[in-house]
Ligand binder design. Structure first.
Ligand code: ADP
Length: 624
């Protein structure tokens, strides 16, 4: 029979599974049982929406059968089964194709990451078996097929006899090696404890034939061997359990088992509501950003169960975009099982649940911020950007919900601070919340525009994310304090009396001359009130700041929005005296100086110089 090849990526993954030095090999069983449970879910779900099928609860189960003599371990389920095509597509390729390409080889050495992040599920079987056989009969089909693989070389598929619908996975357990003991996966007690540990909440019975010895009935000294089928799992889903019965580890295990993320969750939220709406939910705030989070491929959503049956993998309606990083599941008895996706969107119950969850997430984040600051900052580094997008989008409709969750780097504290913290320590004479925008903290630290505000002793928030200024524009104010860019025309700070140089008639002439030299590049040339040690800077009049201009110009639908730039000159700087002297004697020089100053201001802003060659030539002219 012809051997078929695995898809390239699957093959790579398989090889890693086979060779993995992963110590938690036992999770292979969790993966296979979870697949079996999903397969039963599918048949159960079908039965509920299809009258020709009946779902007799007792005939649906998973059975684990070890056989020491043959060195095999069988995992049998009465689920929906797979057709020949399904065996081919489901087991010949990993579902999450593409995701592997993202990872470096070194990251994948450890099997845990692979299993956790991509949910390679089925392939985990190759961590303990050198031959994997899958015998399956699909619901509604008369034929059964056998899929078999000895590893990376490929697999075969052939017809086979099987009476009942469902799937049997047969693992030929590897021989022990010097360092590895595989026999344990054939031991009843060991299998039992693995099932208890990872699959206790599976909704269907996981059965095993447990053997033992007992006194023979009616006899005092005779014993007999017996074999008895037992259900190993408690079948109570974790979300139906009492919070007090559960440990952090239980929640972490559930997170891993469900493949919600490859990290450890930063926080879990267990909700049980039993009022006008009834639902249970387990939600997680991940610690790390999923690799595709800020990409188009990322799909938000929670798993949705109706009374214990999974009806949707990613119900997007349960989460607002700004909390799209939340993972987890919701189970409600009040949701109809055979509700369609379209109807779900309009479902009143679902809307209520979503609203409720939203509130809960917010309050949990707030308490994290209040009580576990470090953890919150870690969270914020990953997902703060999403919260800021939330403030900005929908025309600011959610700003009230989100504003107290925002943080920005503070010039004074040298760390992230909240708006509440900023406002609460504002000196009485300070009118605005000041911010400075730039590429990085280091760059903003050096911005000349911050000089006056800093000298006044006011705190400045550093905006380094491109969304920051846009979000803040949506907020407009926090606790009635407006936001103000340190580069804006009017800083709302009274200039010191001692600053003598004003816009006298004489200066006015100079400035209008300079303005002419620069023509439409700037709106105005002025004496600066904010500069202390630097000779020159740009500020802006109007709504659009220079940072905003930069960001908008990179947008695909570039509308060519321009900031109204003002060239500000520091009258207390020696350069200004040179300018004035030149204005009296040598207009050519003024032209040169003006261009130089303007280009310097551009450089400080991180803006491109239109003609760099001319600029360097101009500098040379000054030098010789
Ligand atoms: P995942 O379960 O994450 O999709 P797997 O590699 O574990 O990835 O399984 C791939 C697919 O094979 C499953 O999505 C399912 O369609 C199918 N499958 C696996 N095991 C079974 C089973 N016991 N019964 C029916 N289908 C199964």
């Amino acid at each position: 029979m012809a051997q078929k090849q695995f898809k390239a990526e699957s093959k790579r993954l398989l090889e890693m599974m086979i060779n993995s030095i992963y110590t938690h090999r036992e999770v292979f069983l969790r993966e296979l049982i979870s697949n079996a449970s999903d397969a039963i879910d599918k048949i159960y779900y079908k039965a509920l929406t299809d009258d020709s099928l009946t779902f007799d609860k007792d005939s649906y189960y998973i059975k684990v059968v070890p056989n020491k003599e043959e060195r095999t371990l069988k995992i049998i389920d009465t689920g929906i089964g797979m057709t020949k095509e399904e065996l081919e597509t489901n087991l010949g390729t990993i579902a999450k194709s593409g995701s592997l390409a993202f990872k470096k080889e070194t990251d994948l050495k450890d099997g845990y990451d692979i299993i956790g992040q991509f949910g390679v599920g089925f392939y985990a079987a190759f961590m303990v078996a050198d031959v994997v056989t899958v015998v399956s009969k699909a619901l509604g089909s008369d034929e059964a097929y056998k899929w078999e693989s000895k590893g990376a070389e490929g697999y075969t598929i052939e017809p086979v006899e099987k009476d009942s619908v469902g799937t049997e996975i047969i693992l030929k357990i590897k021989e022990n090696t010097e360092d590895e003991n595989y026999d344990e996966f054939l031991e009843e007690y060991r299998l039992k404890s693995i099932i208890k540990k990872y699959s206790d909440f599976i909704r269907y019975p996981i059965k095993m034939d447990i053997s033992g010895r007992r006194p023979k009935e009616g006899s005092d000294n005779e014993w007999e061997d017996y074999v008895e089928e037992q259900t190993i799992n408690s079948m109570v889903p974790i979300w139906r359990k009492n919070k007090s019965e559960l440990t952090d580890e239980d929640y972490e295990k559930f997170y891993a088992e469900k493949h919600y993320g490859f990290d450890k969750p930063l926080k879990h939220i267990h909700i049980s509501v039993d009022g006008t709406i009834r639902y249970n939910a387990i939600l997680y705030i991940p610690e790390k950003i999923p690799f595709d989070y800020y990409s188009k491929e990322f799909e938000k959503g929670l798993e949705l169960y109706s009374n214990g049956v999974l009806i949707m993998n990613k119900c997007a309606d349960l989460l607002p975009d700004y909390f799209s990083f939340v993972k987890g599941m919701v189970d409600s008895e009040d949701l109809s099982l055979n509700i369609s996706r379209e109807m779900l969107q309009h479902d009143r119950q679902l809307k209520l649940i979503a609203k409720n969850i939203n509130k809960k997430i917010k309050s949990e984040l707030q308490s994290l911020l209040k009580n576990e600051r470090e953890k919150y900052e870690e969270f914020y580094k990953s997902f703060g950007r999403q919260l800021k997008f939330g403030v900005y989008s929908d025309f600011g409709a959610n700003k009230e919900v989100l504003q107290d969750l925002l943080m920005f780097y503070s010039s004074k504290e040298k760390k992230l601070v909240t708006l509440e913290e900023y406002v609460s320590r504002m000196p009485e004479d300070q009118k605005y919340i000041y911010y400075a925008s730039g590429e990085s903290i280091e760059r903003i630290d050096k911005l000349p525009q911050t000089e006056l505000v800093s000298e006044k002793g006011y705190e400045i928030l550093y905006f380094t994310d491109d969304i920051d200024e846009f979000a803040i524009r949506m907020l407009m104010a926090y606790k009635e304090k407006e936001f103000k860019s340190v580069a804006s025309g009017d800083l709302g700070i009274e200039a010191d009396e001692t600053e003598k140089e004003t816009d006298s008639e004489e200066n006015k002439e100079l400035f209008s001359y300079m303005k002419e030299v620069l023509s439409d590049k700037v709106k105005d040339v002025r004496i600066s009130k904010r500069l202390k040690s630097h000779p020159v800077c740009l500020s802006t009049d109007g709504e659009v700041t220079i940072e905003m201009e930069k960001i908008l110009s990179q947008m695909p639908d570039n509308q060519n929005v321009k900031a109204e730039k003002v060239l500000e000159i520091n009258a207390n700087h020696e350069v200004f005296q040179s300018l004035k002297a030149a204005f009296e004697q040598d207009k050519e020089k003024v032209n040169l100086y003006t261009k130089l100053l303007y280009n310097q201001a551009l450089l400080i802003e991180g803006l491109p110089i239109q003609d760099p060659v001319e600029f360097t030539n101009d500098i040379c002219k000054v030098m010789v």
